[in-house]
Design a protein around this ligand. Structure first.
Ligand code: 5SP
Ligand code: FE2
Length: 217
């Protein structure tokens, strides 16, 4: 499985060091949580941080937008170095337009679902997206407990993917550790975000390696 360390739980005073460590440990993605204090009840950081760290990593920059009016952030994120831009289905009445805009600027288009949003809302856009991010906690904060009900949702999404012979990534985000990552993988997830599990440990590099190891990489 591909691993996406979430810098929300990194040491902000030593961001470059943590990012370089995560690449050295073999993490394929770097997960960047952009929160505006409106769509979710928390503020994180914006594209200046992305721009500042971009020169120090060759990882795939996976930007998870938790903002209102996501269309306003697509061009700034792409210019700052995003590779994948994830937009919440719940954050716009025009999800298809926003996903189109992401592709127009040359990034991969990812749609994100809150725990309470069923996969059926994606029926008519699944063939268009590069990735679906299934939130396995309520968005807004790191360090929350994995919601086990989300396993059935990942399974159903994976089943649709197989039946329709589609090839989007299935990403999971929230409460991922060495147990929950294996349950998500069995259900069909292909990418896992992990924040507090990695960065709250005294040996974060080892934690990234453990996640790869338990998922067979
Ligand atoms: O998008 C989010 C939270 O809204 C995440 O990406 C968190 O950063 C994951 O943190 P952990 O649950 O792994 O601590
Ligand atoms: Fe996230």
């Amino acid at each position: 499985m591909k691993i996406a360390p979430s810098i929300l739980s990194a040491d902000f005073a030593n961001l470059r060091k943590d990012i370089e460590m995560s690449e050295k440990a073999g993490a394929e993605y770097l997960h960047i949580d952009i929160m505006d204090g409106h769509f979710v009840p928390n503020l994180s950081f914006g594209e200046p941080i992305l721009k500042a760290v971009r020169p120090y990593s060759n990882q795939i920059f996976d930007c998870h937008l938790m903002v209102e009016n996501p269309e306003d952030y697509i061009v700034p994120m792409a210019e700052a170095g995003a590779d994948i831009i994830g937009v919440h289905y719940e954050s716009t009445p025009h999800i298809y337009r926003v996903l189109q805009k992401i592709k127009e600027v040359g990034c991969k288009a990812e749609v994100v679902l809150n725990p309470g949003t069923p996969i059926e809302v994606l029926t008519d856009i699944l063939a268009f997206v590069d990735a679906v991010l299934v939130m396995t906690v309520n968005p807004g904060f790191g360090g929350q407990k994995f919601l086990p009900n989300m396993i059935g949702k990942i399974q159903r999404l994976s089943q649709v993917k197989t039946e329709q012979k589609l090839d989007f990534e299935i990403e999971v985000d929230g409460g991922i550790n060495e147990q929950t990552i294996q349950e998500c993988q069995k259900a069909g997830a292909t990418v896992a975000v992990a924040g507090s599990y990695i960065f709250n440990d005294s040996n974060p590099m080892n934690k990234i390696k453990v996640l790869h190891k338990v998922t067979g990489d």
